[in-house]
Design a protein around this ligand. Structure first.
Ligand code: NI
Length: 151
C-alpha cells in the first residue's frame, strides 16, 4: 500500500462555544477560544489517499485531481470565512479542529475515485493538529444533516 498526501492551506476565523452552556461554562471550557467575535487560524490541511499504484500510470491518485478536489470542495468554501457563520456544511457544529476534520472527511470521501481516503489531518498551528481516520463518530452540536450521516 502506498500513501499519497496533498497539503493545502486556508485562513479562517471561528469561535468555540456551546449555545447549551452558560456564559460561565463556555468561558471555563473554551477560555480564549470563546472570544465573542472569534479569532483566526492559518490552517493546514493534509489529506492522504492510500492504494496500489496503477500499473500503467504509477499513480495511486493523480495529485492534480486530489489538489483540485480539495480546492473545489473545501478551500474555496472555507478560506477567508468565519467557520461559525459563513460555511453551510459547518452550520450548527462547534468548529473545533476535531469536528471540522470529520466533516471534511465526509465531504471528500465520496469524491475519492482512485485509491481510498486514509486520513484527514487538520493543523490549527504548527503544534496543534488533529487526525481523523474515518472511524464512525457523532459530532457534538452537529446539525441534522451530519447527525444523520453519522448514525
Ligand atoms: Ni481557535
Amino acid at each position: 500500500m502506498v500513501y499519497v498526501t496533498r497539503r493545502a492551506h486556508f485562513s479562517a476565523s471561528h469561535r468555540l462555544f456551546n449555545p447549551a452552556f452558560s456564559d460561565e461554562k463556555n468561558e471555563a471550557v473554551f477560555d480564549k477560544c470563546n472570544n465573542v467575535n472569534g479569532h483566526g487560524h492559518n490552517y493546514r490541511l493534509e489529506v492522504t489517499v492510500k492504494g496500489i499504484p496503477d500499473p500503467e500510470t504509477g499513480y495511486v491518485i493523480d495529485l492534480k485531481v486530489l489538489a483540485g478536489l480539495l480546492e473545489r470542495e473545501i478551500i474555496d468554501k472555507v478560506d477567508h470565512r468565519h467557520l461559525n457563520y459563513d460555511v453551510d456544511f459547518l452550520r450548527g457544529i462547534i468548529p473545533t479542529a476535531e469536528n471540522v476534520a470529520v466533516i471534511f472527511w465526509r465531504i471528500l470521501e465520496p469524491h475519492i475515485l482512485s485509491g481510498t481516503l486514509h486520513s484527514v489531518k487538520l493543523y490549527e498551528s504548527d503544534n496543534n493538529f488533529v487526525e481523523y481516520l474515518g472511524e464512525p463518530v457523532a459530532i457534538a452540536g452537529g446539525g441534522e444533516v451530519w447527525r444523520e450521516a453519522a448514525s
